[in-house]
Design a protein around this ligand. Sequence first.
Ligand SMILES: [Zn+2]
Length: 513
Amino acid sequence: MFRTVYTFILLIALQAATFAQTYRPVCGTSQEDLGIISQRLQQHLADIRNNPATLEERTIKYVPLTFHLVAKSDGTGRINEKDVYDQLCALNTDYADMEIQFYIKKLNYINNTTVFQTHANAFGFMQFQRDLGSINIWVVEDATPAGDGLGTTLGYYTANFDWLVVRKDEINDQTSTLPHEIGHYFSLDHPFNGWDFDPYDPAVHGTPAPAISPGGVATERQDGSNCATAGDFLCDTAPDYNLGFGWSNCNYTGGAKDPMNVTINPDEKLFMGYFLNCPRNEYYFSTQQKEVMQQDLAGRLVLSSGNPRRIVLGTNINTTVINEVPQLVSPIDSALTPGYNAVVVNWNGVTGADSYILQVSRLFNFSILTTEELVYGTSQVLNNLQSDKIYFWRVKPQNNYYACAPFTPTEAFRTSTTVGADDISSVNDWAVMPNPTDGQTDLFVRLQVNAPFEGRLMLLNATGQIVQQQAAQRFEAGEQNMQIPIGNLQAGVYIVSLQTQEGRLNKRIVVTQ
Ligand SMILES: [Zn+2]
């Protein structure tokens, strides 16, 4: 299955003296898979000719995405969720004019160094993790496909598994890798089909370009006379012989000539091309490309359940466009926080938001982040702050469809030098026993609860770092007894902290030897 010859590797190898140190971004979709894509595309074009879509059929289709957010086995290195949501915003803008919109069905967190760095050795594991009914997108550190060795693969589509693998650096709102790879997923070829792995070079291929490309596809002419049977088989995309590969700007002036000796004028702004240096918001899909993608999606919707190529459109998903701005409630106005170890930030939720990106920074421009995380709900406990420092914070509201809202205006607070404690009206009294403890037996926590509340028990060390935390739970009114298994704690001072929406309660405990 993976005996594909990557001819472009040979090309790069031959020119290694020139390019050895150069970043050569490529789409890693293999020659074999591009051939499969071409067959699907031809079928779609025939179906479109025989059965043109009517306007009535064109309603927005919400296509589910599963992002597999891969980290090393120790949990480090994973892409931040903010980049994923920024990507969602950009993607929905890119596809807005073809009635295809995307939403995040699932963020699948995977800690596996093999998948993260050399995923081609982990296809079995990945198949086990795939989601049925959505587009599976693997976000990894290195997207090099099986059998590939040179060049920097930004991402690729594989027909065998019918999923996408994309470098984590390419998932954001700046690059156009994901809309390009989803184009392959929906059976689009490159506009330079046939020249994918052997970009046109007059010194190698001669002038004018040969009538048959190195990949065996007819070379498309500038006058359009063979557009339906050459190149990408689409007639509203200009001829291109992979002229964007390594081209440093958005205006091709290389003067390549078609087989009729006519200078060709490639379209630098097609998502499916390799011109990577055009303004991000000017990339587009041609009308025919959109029709092919819609046809491909329509075909996927009617596949039988269990077919890995099937798409199941979302229903009852939150597609609210968020216009309101959340108000940051506390701490604000440079207020001094009660402590520094467990600072609770909270804000007012807005209509349509299911989650928020929270950013905390020592710098007003957020250029270096202390915290950037996805928060469900409207508050978070910050456990990683230093004492006696000014911090800035802001949030961005979003849901799994709409992620284009801006960040709120910034607020600031100063951390105090103490380990803080608050009063919580829901709790009348509480005790932690035994105290002091020898660190060998479980701690017992007894609460007198006035009114039910949601909370979480944590064990912190004297510097405010989390030693252990329990799952959030609901505390009912009345006397509540809980147990904290503490294993073998070293001697010292610890804090048992009860974190709630309202604030937190801290008890200082001493562990003796
Ligand atoms: Zn590609």
